[in-house]
Ligand binder design. Structure first.
Ligand code: ADP
Length: 451
């Protein structure tokens, strides 16, 4: 059982050519009355007149009816049905494509046993709900408007065509404006891109130039450092002979076999000798450092027996530990301890550090300790001396630097830079931890198996 259909809003007959115009016009009126928008009114009216033309040609006419029905989507639809007066040829499809796009649905179906061509268009949600009362009003309203002549309809159609053309033209104009704006934006983007590329290239050129300058400067620096080492080496070498001669001459003058000197003369000659000995010490240190810096010192790699080396250090340094308030401790190594290194160079470094400790410590102790952990040996020379402020920890490794205000105990400021050079040559590091008033600890770390 199907529910009885709502009565049509309007019914018309299609029999002659002129009816096509009337159907078109009335279709538009019905669409307007039920609340379809202007564009939709024209769409459904156009679809109607196209299908009507088909049916007049193929079936000699049709009965046309309009209804408002609720669809499965719960919304209202204006539905037009064209029931052909004679059966349509088999397989007739209402014009698809352009025409079917004008409406929501367009298809041939069977309604109450008869074949009809139906089309529908959705009524906008904001249109008044078509209650039975409203529908009755619609019917009355449609009854009042009389169909106009074909000429009127043609005029109206012309007007609509002009409006549609106008709209197309204005859309085309809008499009042209948009295109122009797009082109403008593109030009802007391109200009920005070019500018950025140029800036990037400029920056790159700057960086390249900077690097070239940097390379040049470091080459100059290397050259300067090399010539400084060469100069130091040459000067020291040239100085050694005359200074040694002065010392020898002094010794000759004070020799018992020589003419005896007066007391004052003896003191003067002794002063000359000790100054010359200081100078020779400085010259020798300079020469050592210059040699180490120019890479002319080649470590003589061999197994170094640390117990033996420590024994030697104990012996040679005892003579330097002249203060009774300072104890020199070279810790015993309990088990055989060996590493691959240069015994002479390592001995020189340790002696230098221990000597510094003894020089600067007034009471307490100076201690040498060696420890092995994994593949490294670490040697620490610690003292209970004045200590060194943290900001000077690197400076004291610079040539000729001496901590200002420290007790004047002589020296050249070349010992530590030389020691660090040698440790580097041996493949290790030399670091300091110290604080004023808390003594100093110099730590040498060396690989067990040499560089
Ligand atoms: P030098 O001992 O001939 O002056 P170094 O290069 O051996 O030169 O040392 C540089 C300076 O570092 C020293 O003059 C001294 O001021 C400081 N210094 C070195 N060792 C110690 C130490 N054990 N305790 C305190 N100050 C030290």
């Amino acid at each position: 059982m199907t529910e009885p259909r709502v009565p049509p809003l309007l019914q018309m007959a299609l029999r002659v050519e002129h009816d096509i115009f009337v159907i078109r016009q009335r279709g538009r009126e019905v669409a307007a009355v039920v609340g379809l928008e202007h564009q939709d009114q024209i769409r459904i009216a156009t679809a109607l007149s196209e299908v009507a033309r088909d049916l007049l040609r193929m079936s000699g006419g049709a009965d046309v009816s309009f209804r408002v029905e609720a669809g499965v989507d719960g919304r209202f639809h204006l539905r037009a049905e064209l029931a052909p007066v004679t059966p349509l040829p088999d397989g007739y499809e209402p014009q698809s494509g352009a025409v079917s796009r004008l409406v929501d649905t367009l298809r041939v179906s069977r309604v109450e046993g008869a074949t009809v061509v139906g089309m529908s268009r959705r009524v906008p949600a904001n249109a008044p709900t078509p209650t039975p009362e409203r529908l009755a009003e619609f019917r009355a309203e449609l009854g009042r408007t009389a169909p106009a002549s074909a000429l009127d309809e043609l005029t109206a159609q012309n007007g609509q065509l002009i409006a549609a053309l106008d709209e197309v033209r204005s859309q085309r104009d809008d499009l042209a404006v948009l295109n122009e704006e797009l082109a403008e934006t593109n030009r802007g983007v391109l200009a920005l891109y070019n500018q950025l590329t140029e800036e990037l290239e400029e920056t790159n050129r700057g960086v390249v130039a900077l690097y070239a300058e940097l390379d040049e400067k470091s080459a100059q620096l290397r050259a300067a450092s090399e010539s400084k080492s060469r100069f130091l080496a040459n000067v020291s070498h040239e100085l050694r002979a005359p200074v040694t001669a002065i010392i020898g001459l002094g010794r000759l003058l004070t020799d018992t076999a020589s003419e005896p000197l007066t007391g004052e003369q003896g003191r003067q000659v002794e002063l000359i000798r000790s100054s010359a000995a200081d100078l020779l010490g400085l010259v020798n240190e300079l020469l050592d450092l210059a040699k180490a810096e120019s890479g002319r010192i080649e470590p003589d790699w061999a197994e170094v027996d640390l117990r033996q080396l420590f024994g030697q250090l104990r012996g040679t340094l005892r003579a330097l530990a002249t203060r009774p308030e300072v104890e020199l401790v070279v810790e015993e190594l309990l088990s055989p301890a060996v590493l691959r290194s240069d015994e002479v160079l390592l001995g020189q470094v340790l002696r230098n550090l221990l000597h510094n400790g003894l020089k600067f410590t007034e009471r307490g102790e100076v201690r040498l300790r060696a420890r092995q952990s994994d593949d490294r040996w670490s040697f620490t020379v610690s003292d209970t001396g004045p200590g060194i402020a943290p900001e000077l920890h690197e400076r004291i490794f610079e040539e000729f630097y001496q901590v200002p205000g420290a007790t004047r105990v002589g020296g050249t400021g070349l010992g530590l830079p030389y020691a660090r050079r040698l440790v580097t040559l041996l493949g290790g590091t030399l670091e300091l931890t110290s604080e004023p008033g808390r003594g100093s600890t110099f730590t040498i770390s060396l690989p067990v198996d040499g560089a």
